[in-house]
Design a protein around this ligand. Structure first.
Ligand code: PEP
Ligand code: MN
Length: 278
């Protein structure tokens, strides 16, 4: 892919493994789970304890929410980050949280182990540069109207600032189809593996917006060789302040984790996990 220097696949096919708080991203299957938004301490801690018990390796939760409406819940900001910090103390799970403003990158980085750049900000070049300068691990989601080349070039912006800790997450794109919230493009797993050395995750929650599709799409992502998944889990989805229709209960998440582990073990046995190059 032209113009890619640091994000391009290495000639020998070697893939990058990132180490974040003891979790190796790009090796085995890494699952990031937790609520869409940080709402209360009780909500986050209860969910965090449950996802950890089910085998998640990292905790997600938004303290700054990029909402379609300015009147919708915007997140708790600093208060939310302090709740995430407490959840990390209680569970040991590293924290993944979104940053939406260049002015917030450095101080949010004091609470987060991984800074997430969301779909709506994928091509916010000042934010990408700040994220690069921060030196923090960055989870870069795919913009909903972006090509693979545009997405990898955004990773390049971060890498070009000297920050080598970048991993990607496909979360669905806009298409003519309105049945699902977005059209989850699972073909990006082998495509990213072919064009880049960076790890690739799948977010089936925003990718479909439909509860019953989280499990089949998660299994399909693992079958395709994804390095990880980001899944929304809430201990009481109907009460969620955002994305209540796509958050799994802890029990459903635990059942899914059991299946994912079995599928991944089968893939490893076949010697095909993470293969997926085209
Ligand atoms: C999220 O993961 O909280 C989120 C807002 O996702 P996306 O940027 O993919 O819409
Ligand atoms: Mn969400």
């Amino acid at each position: 892919m032209k113009d890619l220097k640091l994000a391009a696949a290495s000639p020998d096919g070697e893939r990058t493994i990132l180490e974040v708080g003891g979790v190796r991203i790009g090796e085995g299957l890494v699952v990031i789970a937790g609520p869409c938004s940080v709402e209360t301490e009780d909500q986050v801690i209860r969910t965090a304890v449950a996802v950890k018990e089910a085998g998640a390796q990292m905790l997600r939760g938004g303290a700054f929410k990029p909402r379609t409406s300015p009147y919708a819940f915007q997140g708790l900001g600093l208060k939310g980050l302090k709740i995430l910090e407490k959840a990390k103390r209680e569970t040991g799970l590293p924290i993944v949280t979104e940053v939406i403003d260049t002015r917030d990158v450095s101080w949010v980085g004091e609470y987060a182990d991984v800074l997430q750049i969301g779909a709506r900000n994928m091509q916010n070049f000042s934010l990408l540069r700040e994220a690069g300068k921060s030196g923090k691990p960055i989870l870069l989601k795919r913009g909903m109207y972006s090509t693979l080349e545009e997405w990898l070039n955004c990773a390049e912006y971060i890498l070009a600032e000297g920050n080598a800790s970048v991993f990607l997450c496909e979360r669905g794109i806009r298409s003519f189809e309105t049945y699902t919230r977005n059209t989850l493009d699972l073909s990006m797993v082998p495509a990213v593996h072919a064009e880049s050395h960076l790890p690739i995750f799948i977010d089936p929650s925003h990718g479909t917006g439909i509860l019953g599709m989280i499990e089949p799409m998660s299994l399909a992502a693992v079958a395709a060789g994804a390095d990880g998944l980001e899944i929304e889990v809430h201990y009481d989805p109907p009460s969620a302040l955002s994305d209540k229709n796509q958050q799994l209960t802890p029990a459903a998440f635990a059942a899914l984790m059991g299946k994912l582990r079995r599928l991944r073990a089968f893939m490893d046995e076949m010697g095909s996990a993470g293969a997926g190059t085209v």
